[in-house]
Design a protein around this ligand. Structure first.
Ligand code: CP
Ligand code: NVA
Length: 315
């Protein structure tokens, strides 16, 4: 059966850990893994965007090329998708051409329908509900900070403040639970992860020893945390921007809030940032920020994902 990566727990915790190890190896030896196409396993990959992107668009295209494959970009605006061709027909057609489909789209029902009708692996490059490729890069960045080994992810405290009810909040809860981390969500009512997400995290944490706590007190969420992460307050496709800014102002990641975290805590933000809104310049540009390592790690983590899904993950 074709394996897809539509949300974080489409991998098992053991697979996630294995893949992060491969991502670290790929970062250490950036051009040493280009033989997948020679084995006939990774020739062409469709990279489809129905929402804007800088990092994901670049890192997937470059990563596929570095693995020896050929990325083929498809934008909704310039393709028949933008004129209403069905996602099912698109899946059927693309499957005849490529070895995998990477897609950024809106509702999770849309990517689920694509995966249902595709005969090649489908990778989620962001939906409204999930951003699992981002979380692989985030975990790689945290593991680099914790240095000794990937096992040090287990027991690490991560605080996520702001809008935790959308893709980044959901994926942080699930991916970090899979890594056995302790997740503290600091978000007001209406911006906290949905009950189903928290229930799924509880199932995972029973296996991994991680935990998730939710509070509307940003200081409580951040106090003593090893990692502090945030995301924009109005995601792509989300409205009521002014209303959201009012609701979330107390959750801005500024120097004062960060001051409650562990002394050596690192700061993550998936980018793009609305500087001065959810995160201040002094924090994102400050010594604790790892946001550009995090952006770089998109490349390594996604190469590892594709190699692992399609190529078997070995040189
Ligand atoms: N973090 C992220 O996915 O960035 P882009 O929207 O630029 O791809
Ligand atoms: N939550 C943000 C993430 C951007 C990478 C959005 O969906 O716009």
């Amino acid at each position: 059966m074709t394996r897809h990566f539509l949300k974080d727990d489409d991998l098992t915790p053991a697979e996630q850990s294995e893949l992060l190890r491969l991502a670290a190896d790929m970062k250490d030896d950036r051009h040493g893994f280009d033989s997948l196409n020679h084995q006939g396993r990774l020739r062409s990959v469709a990279v489809v965007f129905e929402k804007p992107s800088t990092r994901t668009r670049m890192s997937f295209q470059i990563g596929i090329a570095e693995l020896g494959g050929h990325p083929v970009l498809l934008d909704a605006q310039s393709s028949q998708l933008g004129r209403g061709e069905s996602i099912a027909d698109t899946a059927r057609v693309l499957s005849r051409y490529v070895d995998a489909i990477v897609i950024r789209t809106f509702g999770d029902d849309r990517i689920a329908e694509l995966a249902e009708h595709a005969t090649v692996p489908v990778v989620n490059a962001l939906t409204d509900g999930w951003h699992p490729c981002q979380l692989l890069a985030d975990l790689q960045t945290i593991a680099e900070h914790r240095k000794e080994s990937l096992h040090t992810l287990r027991g690490t405290d991560i605080a996520f403040v702001g809008d935790a009810a959308f893709n980044m909040g959901n994926s942080t809860v699930i991916a970090c639970s899979m890594a056995g981390m302790h997740v503290r969500i600091g978000a007001p009512a209406g911006y906290q992860p949905a009950r189903e997400v928290l229930e799924r995290a509880a199932e995972i944490n029973a296996e991994t020893g991680g935990s998730v706590t939710v509070t509307d007190d940003p200081v409580k969420a951040v106090t003593g945390a090893d990692v502090v992460s945030t995301d924009v307050w109005a995601s792509m496709g989300v409205e009521n921007r002014e209303h959201r800014i009012t609701d979330l102002t107390a959750y801005r990641l500024d120097a004062e809030l960060l001051g409650h975290a562990a002394e050596d805590a690192i700061v993550l933000h998936c980018l793009p940032a609305h500087r001065g809104e959810e995160i201040t310049d002094d924090v994102i540009d400050g010594p604790q920020s790892r946001v550009f390592d995090q952006a770089e790690n998109r490349l390594h983590a996604q190469k590892a994902l594709l190699a692992w899904m399609i190529g078997g993950g070995h040189r």
